[in-house]
Design a binder for this molecule. Structure first.
Ligand code: IPM
Ligand code: MG
Length: 351
């Protein structure tokens, strides 16, 4: 098995190092190959996603990804921004299905900013479409609008085929869970959403054993903080999924806890924490490596056919939390405050 390791920017290298240590400890026949991506790649080659990095990602069985983003490039044109690397990888590799599970670990119920009784029982999966929507729609740009000055514009678009494809992923996932899918859109306003809703409903006919509901995205944002345990699988488009998954992450205590898988049609995938490069804490050794370690577990399960190894990692994380280890983002009084390395070691010992 060959894994491309793209650590990227900010805290990326620190957290990926911990995930790699965990993977190596399993002593599976995995070959790791590292390559620069994001701001780190711009620095070396002038491009966020160099040809060699993309080639490595293409030939690998799976990709372990850290994070990209660097404030030094905030003013750069789109194609020279670190974020272009992850968007380019998703598009080039056809990674259309983004799975973002949000689960509350018992030990962390008090680390959430929401009351314990609100987040109790939280175990949901956001299935976010990842290669369409306003993220990639054309035309887009900034143009002259005469007396109004310049205007910026993007195109929100989804084809029926794209919607049905991601709906299938959601329905299949629900079958392995509590058999409930909530499709999130803005069908009271957007044409794209009206088509989305119709296409999901059409696809649902092939899954009579799964209960389908529809919700407007503004209501969903509210329901997520009001009564999040009502959700099993949420399926939604690229932009809404981006926003709702950050919100869902906070229910679990910290965005530093949420892993993700981005899969193509054949199950090849890129695995990354849903958080970003966190330049404010980069290099301080305080980042939470658990989202990346849990992403490595997802990689073993979805792309490398090693479900038992995945479970071992997940259990080790659970135990490290139960034993009181906490990075600053999930720290509460009476627990043990540690940095990225010490958290990684705590997981390794329990593995
Ligand atoms: C995410 C991130 C990315 C996105 C950025 C870094 C382009 O926020 O994976 O959620 O918007 O998809
Ligand atoms: Mg995001």
């Amino acid at each position: 098995m060959k894994v491309a390791v793209l650590a990227g920017d900010g805290i990326g290298p620190e957290i990926v190092a911990q995930a790699l240590a965990v993977l190596r400890r399993l002593a599976l026949p995995i070959e790791f190959a590292q390559a620069p991506v994001g701001g780190a790649a711009i620095e070396r080659t002038g491009e966020p996603l160099p040809e060699a990095t993309l080639a490595l990602a293409r030939e690998a069985d799976a990709i372990l990804f850290g994070a990209v983003g660097d404030p030094r490039y905030d003013a750069a044109p789109a194609e020279r921004r670190p974020e272009q690397a992850i968007l380019g990888l998703r598009k080039a590799l056809g990674l259309f299905a983004n799975l973002r599970p949000a689960k509350l670990y018992d030990a962390l119920a008090d680390a959430s900013t929401l009351k314990r009784e609100v987040v109790a029982g939280l175990d949901l999966l956001i299935v976010r479409e990842l290669t369409g929507d306003v993220y990639f729609g054309e035309p887009r740009g900034v143009r002259d609008a005469g007396a109004l000055g310049r205007e910026g514009f993007d195109t929100m678009r989804y084809s029926e085929a794209e919607v049905r494809r991601i709906a299938r992923v959601a329905f299949e996932a629900a079958r392995k869970r509590r058999r409930k899918v909530c499709s999130v859109d803005k069908a009271n306003v957007l044409e794209t959403s009206r088509l989305w809703r119709a296409a999901v409903a059409e696809e649902a006919k092939r899954y009579p054993d799964v209960e389908l509901s529809h919700m407007y995205v503004d209501n969903c944002a509210m329901q997520l903080v009001r009564a999040p345990a009502q959700f099993d699988v949420i399926v939604t488009g690229n932009l809404f999924g981006d926003i709702l998954s950050d919100e869902a992450a906070m229910l679990t205590g910290s965005i530093g806890m949420l892993p993700s898988a981005s899969l193509d049609e054949r199950g090849k995938g890129l695995y990354e924490p849903i958080h970003g490069s966190a330049p404010d804490i980069a290099g301080k050794g305080v980042a939470n490596p658990l989202a990346t370690i849990l992403s490595a577990a997802m990689m073993l399960r979805y792309s490398l056919g090693q479900p038992q190894a995945a479970e071992r990692i997940e259990r080790a994380v659970e135990r490290a939390l139960a034993d009181g280890y906490r990075t600053p983002d999930i720290y509460t009084e009476g627990t043990r405050r540690v940095g990225a390395e010490e958290m990684g070691r705590a997981v390794l010992e329990r593995l």
